[in-house]
Design a protein around this ligand. Structure first.
Ligand SMILES: [Zn+2]
Length: 212
């Protein structure tokens, strides 16, 4: 079928028939640098050759979906999940924040993908597909209370669970010396996350540091 259209092509024009550009597949040349294309969504539409090679070619459905997504994300501004994200960013990245010293000030950071709200939202939606975090749950760094806000060190916890976790968050005195669980763990050649986990499940500092 391509052959009959080929004849109509002006000398220098490259034949794009049957070629795919993003969601568009070219059907035939219409003249004046316009190509008739069919989109994956089923719409047939004339498209300028220059537009076939730009951005994410589609009949316009790609852009409509993109705007739809933006609106959907925008719908979360002001929602609980947005406040949770914002508070996390403030605690770790805003030195003027009241409790910064207890977060960013002591080396707790937010992982790269969660610096953007959409990155965090994607993770939240694994647990809550509609993006609504239940009132009784809050974001908890676990197992390592000295570790970052990241997918492998965070969970949703009740107030009680989070309270237990803070056992590892305070300073511990052992054999006449007082320091953080992270410092203790390093001194004893142990993983801080492991020792925190033990402390949080009620182990003594002695047992947490000396048990293999
Ligand atoms: Zn389309």
């Amino acid at each position: 079928m391509a052959k009959s259209y080929l004849k109509k092509l002006p000398g220098k024009l490259k034949d794009l028939t049957n070629k795919r550009f993003g969601r568009l597949v070219v059907i035939r040349y219409l003249g004046k640098r316009m190509w008739e294309c069919v989109c994956d969504c089923g719409v047939t539409k004339p498209v300028f050759a220059s537009n076939l090679k730009r951005g994410a070619p589609s009949c316009g459905c790609y852009r409509r979906e993109w705007i739809g997504n933006r609106r959907r994300i925008h719908g979360f501004f002001g929602a609980r999940v947005y406040h949770i994200w914002d508070a996390m960013i403030q605690r770790c990245r805003n030195p003027k924040f009241r409790f910064y010293y207890n977060y960013g000030g002591r080396g707790i950071y937010v992982c790269q993908e969660w610096l953007r709200f959409t990155g965090f939202l994607a993770w939240v939606m694994l647990s809550f597909p509609d993006g609504n975090v239940p009132e009784h749950l809050s974001l908890d760094r676990y197992p390592d209370n000295d570790g970052p806000y990241s997918p492998d060190n965070c969970r949703w916890a009740t107030r009680k669970e989070q309270g237990n976790n803070t056992r590892a968050n305070r300073l511990w005195t052992y054999q006449g010396k007082t320091q953080s669980i992270t410092q203790w763990a390093r001194e004893y050649g142990k993983k801080p996350s492991k020792v925190s986990q033990r402390i949080n499940s009620g182990w003594s500092i002695h047992k947490a540091l000396t048990t293999p």
